[in-house]
Design a protein around this ligand. Structure first.
Ligand code: PMP
Length: 363
């Protein structure tokens, strides 16, 4: 890592790959000889048009987005998409199933209720287990007449992840992939829609991406604002108004970097190595208690606690002295959380495990 940079275990916005930051720095004052930075250029210029077109093409390439899906870059973050989903998919069918496996899937359901009332249905939850795992197929009560089934694929706060795709019959599955997108290969065709905020593995904060199967576009409610209309945005290539130009540019740099290092197969290898190092250590000792059940552990967000709240606090204070930051768990689950997204180097996780060993030995 460059001089002075620290291991940042933030759940998002989070670390970006150093080669990307350096590229952005080198292109900042005068992007490709056009005399200005990307931040300063018109979103209608030829130069910017190439950036956003390349970003979409590269996202399609890296993720393997099939041709019958539209890719959109929208504002309002993943929270905006929580609202966009019922507006865009429930023009006629006012029912949607939500599986609540953590905070954000619960938030998505709450927003959907504003548009659908009781038509937005909780189709299963592990709330009683404090979200230590996601529901199993036989714990789900799915409505075959729902417009869609919504899941949050990686639960950022609880450190769990879906390790299977729920069987939803003919009902399209929609996945919030905010905190696991680009961490490993996925088969996009299994989902009607995938979406997420960009601020973890893709880019700085500022937009959400949506990949939506074409046949799901069009049944929108009359109240749908045009900025959140999948139909209008796909017709206008995400450019009905000024898009978040700079984050989209950085996203393209991230995607080009991923292509250079070998794509998502390589990324997965690195993420498995990092997360295994941490989980293997957690499983080998009894000072720290992991939050998530083994079966549904997240590769991106690792949640655990020390024997008590006081020691959790001491752990966080000590970690800052070591040059780490953002290891405090989310307030709704407490304890500790290490978010180890794509850009966290292996050395960062090694250093964290060394510190954990040292702290456990001292207490
Ligand atoms: N879904 C998940 C899984 C998240 O982790 C987050 C944010 N951390 C959100 C949704 C909300 O995203 P945003 O802040 O972009 O609205």
């Amino acid at each position: 890592m460059s001089e002075g940079r620290i291991f940042n275990f933030s759940a998002g916005p989070s670390m970006l790959p150093e080669p990307v930051l350096k590229r952005v720095q080198s292109e900042l004052m005068n992007y490709e000889g056009c005399g200005m930075s990307v931040m300063e250029m018109s979103h209608r210029s030829k130069v910017y048009d190439k950036i956003i077109t390349d970003c979409e093409a590269n996202l399609r390439k890296v993720l393997g987005v099939p041709d019958n899906y539209k890719v959109l870059f929208l504002q309002g973050g993943a929270s905006g998409i929580f609202c966009a989903l019922p507006m865009n998919l429930c023009g006629t069918n006012k029912k949607a199933d939500y599986i609540v496996s953590g905070n954000f899937s619960g938030g998505a359901l709450k927003e959907a209720k504003k548009f659908l009332g009781d038509g937005a249905q909780e189709a299963g939850t592990t709330k009683d287990l404090n979200f230590t795992r996601v529901p199993t197929q036989d714990e789900l009560k799915l409505d075959p007449e729902a417009a869609y089934v919504h899941v949050c694929y990686n639960n950022t706060i609880y450190g769990t992840k879906w390790h299977y795709d729920p069987e939803t019959g003919d009902v399209p599955l929609i996945a919030d992939m905010s905190s696991c997108i680009l961490s490993e290969p996925i088969d996009v065709s299994r989902y009607g829609i995938i979406y997420g905020g960009a601020q973890k593995n893709m880019a700085p904060a500022g937009f959400a991406f949506v990949a939506v199967r074409e046949d799901l576009i069009g049944d929108e409610m009359g109240i749908t604002p045009k900025i959140w209309s999948f139909k209008t945005q796909s017709e206008k290539a995400s450019m009905i108004n000024t898009p978040p130009t700079f984050p989209i540019y950085v996203c393209n740099c991230v995607l080009e970097y991923l292509l250079e290092i070998g794509g998502l197969e390589e990324m997965k290898k690195r993420n498995v190595a990092k997360s295994s190092l941490l989980y293997d250590y957690l499983d080998s000792q009894d000072f720290y208690t992991p939050h998530a059940d083994k079966i549904d552990r997240s590769m991106m967000n690792v949640t655990f606690r020390t024997p008590n709240d006081e020691l959790d606090k001491e752990f966080v204070a000590g970690s800052v002295e070591k040059g780490f930051t953002n290891l405090k768990g989310h307030r709704s689950v407490g304890g500790l959380r290490a978010s180890i997204y794509n850009a966290m180097p292996y050395e960062g996780v090694e250093a964290l495990v060394d510190y954990m060993k040292e702290f456990a030995a001292a207490h």
